[in-house]
Design a protein around this ligand. Sequence first.
Ligand SMILES: [Zn+2]
Length: 277
Amino acid sequence: MRKIKNQLDSSRIQEIFDTCNTFINEPMKSIIFKNKNIILQESKNYNLYVPKMLDKYPLTNFAKAEIDEIKKLYTYKFSPKNSEGRIYYDLLLSNAGLSCPICGCATANTLDHFIPKTKYPQLCITPNNLIPVCSNCNEKKQIKYSNNYLEVPFHPYFEEMNEKWLECKIVFDVSKIYKYIFYCGNLTSKLVDKYKVHLDIYKLNDTFQGYCNSEIVSSNDRHRRLLDISKEELIAFIKETAKDNEKVDCNGWKAALYRGLERQIDDYCIYLKNRYN
Ligand SMILES: [Zn+2]
């Protein structure tokens, strides 16, 4: 995961709310009017509690009927193309740059509510609660939520993964690779449970399979040529590729894959030699 900067500060919630609050029909109009202060206040408080003090965040619980109405601020007035708030939506999307901050693979083309709007609709248009991600990561995460810091994923606006934790085990069978198993390799970290949750909630193991496969297939010829020169040449190249990718993201799938190849170099050499036979 990559840390990203949010260009839309949550202190602008009043302006965003006013832009989106154009309902003229009942019961929407009255429900939004009645809950305006809750939406503004709890949005402004977001940074005080998220992500480290989630359990202390005094969030109002709404009845199902009201949740459905308040959510419309987002689904009718914020996210649709040409809606009043779409300008903010697009600005938040652009926070991601060229790739999804969670998987680092696809383009971020949608916004994920870090705290789900299905439970806390008062945060449905809160800028810091809206993370630009790819549709795959958004779909995988669904609406899972806990108020325990260790049971929620990392928050890309506020957190950095400073220590190396993601590792990859490659399952070889002589001339085939069956799968890539991503896991938390830093078991002494006090964040080990959180790393596992992050991997699990976004089902990154599934997402990374295809990317690893393409990387291996497209690198095989080059790796085989290096192996034909000497095993040391191949090892040096794999180490260098791991280091180059660690500079981009030391917990990215590519850095983890190359660290895995380095650890399993004997199996990888057998695979390269048998692949074309
Ligand atoms: Zn993604």
